[in-house]
Design a protein around this ligand. Structure first.
Ligand code: ATP
Ligand code: FE2
Length: 327
């Protein structure tokens, strides 16, 4: 069975094609980069509308198939930015109706988890999902992916992006901050904000900005921010693992592309006698292959949707979805 998945929750329009053995036949990503300032939902949606048809055509061609070989269409139903979600949803509905094929709308956060499970070979991990809009520690229990800890304000990636913008590093600052941090060596004082199983980042952002005003080196600020926020994430992940008795940890989301975060989480897992897993970078960031793969899992476990059931859900929570595809 061949599934085509369309991702469009935020800045990225992605189209992926997978078969039922989790072979990724295509994974085409087109990211919107605002010319200046942050991400405006309407502008990102316009970008997605401009590129979605071309991206579908490219994915089909990369997969070496033709559109009529597609057996199922899936798309990111939420959570995300309304205008962006609606573009992906409209494209998916049109395609499914035109091809006369079934459609499944999927939860974007669960797609990050399932692609990691499928591609890394872990079996029952605790997931640290760290992206722009989301920061959650998730584990499977009793037919749900349950959230054990999460951010109380912004996602860690959005905080990095906001910091990067204020420091003049441009949008999508995670990779630039990572690069600068490599040349930092002085650990500056920043608030360490862990509350029980939850974390928060806005105080750190404010404090980091004031360090710049005090004349601290950019490299040291980036280094200190990374050390602080990644320690926080590692701590809550470890606590969740201890609490639920899991020894595997899976990283997902765009921030999981960061080498320092990977190192910290891996060291923690090894010290506990466990292991960490992280999928290839193209499957950490937002992408269509993960949407296609979750669509495939849901459909094969009996989930069916009519077009009328596929309205987008901006605040679609990870723990709302009955997990029908796992025992
Ligand atoms: P979601 O909808 O799941 O919240 P998203 O819209 O944030 O996803 P992703 O592609 O999952 O999209 O993640 C993008 C985020 O990842 C951005 O905030 C970006 O700065 C961050 N990021 C990317 N690469 C790195 C890196 N090397 N280090 C730290 N952060 C990174
Ligand atoms: Fe994402």
């Amino acid at each position: 069975m061949i599934t085509l998945g369309i991702e469009g929750t935020a800045h990225t329009l992605g189209v992926g094609i997978v078969d039922s053995e989790a072979n990724v036949l295509a994974n085409v990503i087109d990211m919107f980069r605002p010319p200046q300032g942050g991400l405006h939902p309407r502008e990102a949606a316009n970008h997605h509308a401009d590129v979605v048809s071309g991206t579908i055509v490219k994915a089909v061609s990369n997969a070496g198939i033709s559109l009529k070989d597609v057996d199922l269409v899936s798309f990111s139903m939420g959570p995300g930015l309304g205008p962006c979600l609606r573009v992906a949803g409209t494209a998916a509905r049109s395609l499914a109706v035109a091809l006369g094929k079934p459609i499944v709308g999927v939860n974007h956060c669960i797609a990050h988890i399932e692609i990691g499970n499928a591609l890394t070979g872990c079996t029952d991990p605790c997931l640290l999902y760290a992206s722009g809009g989301n920061t959650q520690v998730i584990a499977y229990s009793d037919q749900r992916y349950r959230i054990f800890g999460e951010t109380q304000d912004v996602g860690v990636g959005n905080m990095l992006d906001k910091l990067g913008r204020d420091l003049g590093l441009g949008f999508y600052a995670g990779p630039t901050i990572e690069k600068l941090a490599k040349d930092g060596d002085k650990l500056l004082d920043l608030p360490y904000s862990v509350k029980g199983m939850d974390v928060s980042f806005s105080g750190i952002l404010t404090a980091a900005m004031s360090l710049k005003d005090k004349g601290c080196r950019l490299e040291d600020i980036c280094f200190s921010v990374q050390e602080t926020v990644f320690s926080m994430l590692t701590e809550v992940t470890e606590r969740a693992m201890a609490h639920i008795g899991k020894d595997e940890v899976l990283l997902g989301g765009g921030v999981a592309q960061n080498t320092r975060l990977r190192e910290m989480v891996d060291a923690m897992a090894r010290e506990r006698g466990g292991r960490s897993y992280v999928p290839d970078r193209q499957f950490c960031r937002d992408n269509g292959a993960m949407i296609a793969w979750l669509g495939n899992l849901m459909y094969n476990s009996g989930v069916r949707m009519e077009v009328d059931d596929t309205e987008v859900r901006q605040r679609f929570r990870t723990d709302e979805v009955p997990v029908t595809w796992r025992n």
